[in-house]
Design a protein around this ligand. Structure first.
Ligand code: BTN
Length: 246
C-alpha cells in the first residue's frame, strides 16, 4: 500500500503503522500512558475516523494519510490548544514543498481552491496532547455528502503522491513548529495569517453566546479569530468556542 520504511522521521520520534484501526486519535489516547513525546501512530485504514464536533472522517484505504502524533509540550497546558493552529501551518508548509498552495481555514482546516484537503483533530490527554491529521492524498472521488467540498493532493498537484514521503515531510514540519506555542507564537501566527482563507470574508458562526454574522478582520497574536459583527462590534473568538457555519 505504501513504503513506510523510507519515512524520514524527526530525531527521537517513532512511527508505528497499523493496517487498520478504529481511529488513530483514539488509539494514541488509549496508549498515552506508555507513549513518549513524538510517538506517531499511522493507520492505513480507519473504521471510525473522528473529525471535529463528532463528525466522521472518511477516507478510502490507500487514498488518504491518517495518523496521530503524541506530544508532551513543555509549555503550560493552557497553551496546548495552540497546537491546533500550529499543526495546520505545519501541514500547509509541507504541502508547499510538494508544490501545493493550501490556505488555512481557521482554526485548522486546509483548503485548496476552497475545497478541503486536510482535517486536524487535537485532543488533550492527562500528560500530553494528540494531534490527529487526515490528508486526502490520492483520492479523486469522494462520498456524495462531500460533493464539491473535498479535494486531494492528487487533484491539486496533478500527480499521485507517496504517502510515506508525505508523512515524513509533515512530521519534520510539525517537529520544527511544535515547540513554538509560547514566546515564539506571534511569529508562527504571522505565517498563518499569510495563508488565512477567511480574512476579509463574510462568515456565519455559532458561538457559546449564539449565532453571529460578520466579516473576519483576521487572526490575533494569541490565535483568536477577530470578527467585525454586522452591528459593528469586534468579537474575539477562541477556536474551541465557535463553529463556522459558512
Ligand atoms: C476534521 O476536519 O473535522 C478533523 C479530521 C481529523 C481526522 C484525523 S484522521 C487521523 C486522526 N484520527 C482520527 O480519528 N481523526 C484524526
Amino acid at each position: 500500500m505504501s513504503s513506510w520504511e523510507s519515512v524520514e522521521v524527526p530525531a527521537g520520534w517513532t512511527v508505528l503503522v497499523h493496517p487498520e484501526l478504529e481511529s488513530t486519535n483514539s488509539e494514541v489516547l488509549r496508549q498515552a500512558a506508555r507513549l513518549d513525546h513524538g510517538a506517531v501512530v499511522v493507520a492505513e485504514s480507519q473504521t471510525a475516523g473522528r473529525g471535529r464536533r463528532g463528525a466522521p472522517w472518511l477516507a478510502r484505504p490507500g487514498e488518504g494519510l491518517t495518523f496521530s502524533v503524541w506530544l508532551q509540550p513543555e509549555a503550560a497546558r493552557a497553551l496546548w490548544p495552540r497546537l491546533s493552529l500550529v499543526a495546520g501551518l505545519a501541514v500547509a508548509e509541507a504541502m508547499q514543498a510538494f508544490g501545493i498552495e493550501a490556505q488555512i481555514k481557521w482554526p485548522n482546516d486546509l483548503l485548496v481552491d476552497g475545497r478541503k484537503l486536510c482535517g486536524i483533530l487535537v485532543e488533550a490527554g492527562a500528560r500530553g496532547v494528540v494531534v490527529g491529521i487526515g490528508i486526502n492524498v490520492n483520492g479523486t472521488e469522494f462520498p456524495p455528502e462531500l460533493d464539491g467540498q473535498a479535494t486531494s493532493m492528487k487533484l491539486a498537484g496533478g500527480r499521485g503522491f507517496e504517502a510515506g514521503e508525505v508523512l515524513g515531510l509533515v512530521l519534520r514540519s510539525l517537529h520544527r513548529l511544535a515547540g513554538r506555542i509560547g514566546a515564539d507564537f506571534p511569529e508562527v501566527i504571522g505565517r498563518i495569517r499569510e495563508r488565512c482563507a477567511l480574512s476579509g470574508h463574510q462568515v456565519r458562526l455559532e458561538s457559546g453566546s449564539g449565532p453571529l454574522r460578520g466579516v473576519v478582520e483576521g487572526i490575533g497574536d494569541r490565535g483568536e479569530l477577530v470578527v467585525v459583527a454586522d452591528d459593528g462590534r469586534h468579537e474575539i473568538l477562541q477556536a474551541h468556542e465557535v463553529r463556522i457555519v459558512d
